[in-house]
Ligand binder design. Structure first.
Ligand code: AP5
Length: 217
């Protein structure tokens, strides 16, 4: 099963992707995580990418597409978090035949509150929230804030989201594979809604395959 998690910055894509990947044994591919890993390596390309991330702009799409495709390789079950992020990127991955796109809908005001409390474990890259998803005591000494979570960069990330990424919602809606989830409630509630969408899809898909098999016999 090939799933895309789509939504504004801070809508909870990373949080949901991690849980889904664990429960359904899907590969979790986050474009943001892959890009930050490249930055951490300090490669020439990593240094270049850092400039985009720090400003809240999209990294050059050819590099991002290549990086994600390399990660997918020949896998059949995966979640794409934060990719595609423009209609241009969506068109380039048409050949992947995505099954389901889950759009995490949330207001900008609600998300701003989340950014102020977000903390990252630099060792695992996992996101926490001081109030909503508190980090375990054992890692409290090492958690950090993300540089692109400062209000000025967040504003730019939202501007880019509305200009480049929001049209992707309509793109997949037209294809009839988009499902919308209210991403504002507490984490468990949001996750239960997403899980139900995935399970319903799997059940329908199984049914379709059975009917096809019966017809072939
Ligand atoms: P990326 O890392 O993908 O950032 P983003 O899309 O802006 O999303 P975030 O990671 O900020 O938020 P999220 O939706 O994953 O929410 P999270 O689960 O962390 O990208 C960073 C940069 O990389 C981009 O700006 C760009 O430069 C570049 N980039 C990435 N992809 C690219 C692409 N395809 N092409 C070009 N460039 C690209 O949750 C947020 C906070 O809220 C956390 O603290 C969490 O604990 C908390 N939380 C989560 N759910 C809930 C809930 N239900 N209730 C309360 N709190 C919650």
């Amino acid at each position: 099963m090939k799933i895309i998690l789509l939504g504004p910055p801070g809508s909870g894509k990373g949080t949901i992707a991690e849980k889904l990947a664990k429960d359904f044994k899907f590969l979790n591919i986050s474009a943001g995580v892959l890009l930050r890993e490249e930055v951490k390596k300090g490669t020439t390309i990593g240094k270049e990418i850092k400039k985009y991330i720090d400003k809240g702009e999209l990294a050059p799409y050819k590099f991002v597409v290549e990086m994600v495709k390399l990660e997918i390789h020949d896998k059949k079950d995966y979640i794409l978090d934060g990719f595609p992020r423009s209609v241009e990127q969506a068109k380039i991955i048409e050949d992947l035949n995505i099954d389901l796109v889950i759009y995490m809908e949330i207001s900008e005001e609600k998300v701003i509150e989340r950014f102020s409390g977000r903390r990252i474990d630099p060792n695992t890259g996992k996101s926490y929230h001081l109030k909503f998803i508190p980090p375990p005591k054992a890692i409290m000494g090492r958690i950090i804030t993300r540089k692109d979570d400062n209000p000025k960069v967040v504003k730019e990330r939202f501007r880019i989201y509305h200009k480049e990424t929001a049209p992707v919602v309509g793109y997949y809606k037209k294809k009839g594979i988009l499902k919308t989830v209210d991403a504002a409630p507490p984490p468990k509630e949001v996750y239960d809604a997403v899980k139900k969408i995935v399970k319903d899809f799997q059940a329908k898909d199984f049914q379709k395959k059975m009917i096809k098999r019966e017809r072939a016999n």
